[in-house]
Design a protein around this ligand. Structure first.
Ligand code: SF4
Length: 298
């Protein structure tokens, strides 16, 4: 079967391979700082490292370091292009003008061709969306907004302490799309209380969105040390998906997606050092080979 992978999409649009560099905005997360809760989402390991307090380098320096790191692994040459990715925490949670200043510093770099911003749907004011729209138009470069929905089911939202319910996502989705911004949604596959039908219902809901969803990240549930879910698992281990089960569900998910929705991820790299389960997910090569084979045969 065919699905539109991120690398195929980037080659089609930009005619070349495009690399991601991760940048820090210095934002925290309202689900961790006490505004919504102090605990955070139960699967989330971010914030445990104490790097909220780490001094922030200027964006231009972060870009230089990120590009140097990527280019060290590439054949010598120039003309490489990059996605500036504000990945950690909630990158629209803070002063709009200050944050837009950081985003502008990234998007105006000529080597950066896409700006990608990870955030929560309850942290997107009309002002922030309007400023992002202006930035996209001023630089003629795409801005992607990534939302960690994980599941459309409210019982899951409550169990993972996500801190917002589905209508909040729907409202932000509508406003982002109306502003011409691309939306990428993160989905977690493998919550122990969700059946296969529950997972497929999430993907079906996203597949039926109008306007059409720009991108999706499908990620296996990783149970990590230092998280509430990790503590629960250690106290009372529950069923986690096998690689075969994951592949089977993944293929059903991919079959539901509209052909123009870009699949940014079909698994996640479990951070090996803190991975409790499923341990097979730490073997990245085997996982990718098995998934690619299953997709080919589907
Ligand atoms: S997953 Fe995102 S929203 Fe949830 S606690 Fe972690 S950083 Fe905050």
């Amino acid at each position: 079967m065919y699905y539109l992978s991120l690398s195929d999409y980037l080659k089609r649009i930009y005619g070349q391979k495009v690399y991601k560099i991760s940048l820090q905005s210095g934002c925290s997360c309202p689900n961790r700082d006490g505004t919504i809760s102090r605990g955070g989402c139960t699967f989330c390991s971010e914030g445990g490292s104490g790097d909220f307090a780490a001094p922030l380098l200027p964006i231009s320096e972060q870009i230089a370091i990120g590009i140097k790191r990527v280019e060290a692994k590439l054949p010598k040459g120039s003309g490489h292009r990059f996605i500036a990715y504000f990945q950690s925490y909630t990158n629209t949670y803070g002063d709009t003008h200050k944050l837009i200043g950081l985003f502008e510093e990234a998007i105006r770099d000529e080597r950066v061709i896409v700006l990608s911003i990870g955030t929560r749907p309850d942290c997107l004011s009309d002002e922030m969306i309007s400023e992002l729209k202006k930035l996209q138009e001023r630089y003629h470069k795409k801005i992607w907004v990534e939302l960690g929905l994980q599941s459309v089911h409210d019982y899951t939202a409550r169990r993972i302490n996500r801190g917002y319910l589905l209508p909040v996502f729907e409202d932000s989705y509508r406003r982002l799309k109306a502003a011409g911004l691309a939306v990428i949604v993160h989905v977690i596959v493998g919550f122990p209380w969700e059946s296969e039908n529950d997972i497929l219902a999430t993907v079906k809901y996203l597949s039926d969105l109008h306007p059409v969803l720009d991108g999706i990240k499908l990620q296996l549930l990783h149970i990590l040390k230092g998280t509430k879910l990790g503590d629960e698992y250690m106290r009372n281990p529950f069923h986690v998906l096998s690689l075969e089960e994951y592949c089977s569900i993944l293929i059903k998910c991919l079959k539901l997606l509209p052909e123009e929705t870009v699949v940014h991820r079909i698994t996640g790299d479990g951070p090996k050092k803190i991975l409790i389960a499923p341990l097979w997910s730490g073997d990245k090569k085997r996982v990718l080979n098995t998934i690619n084979k299953a997709v080919k045969e589907a």
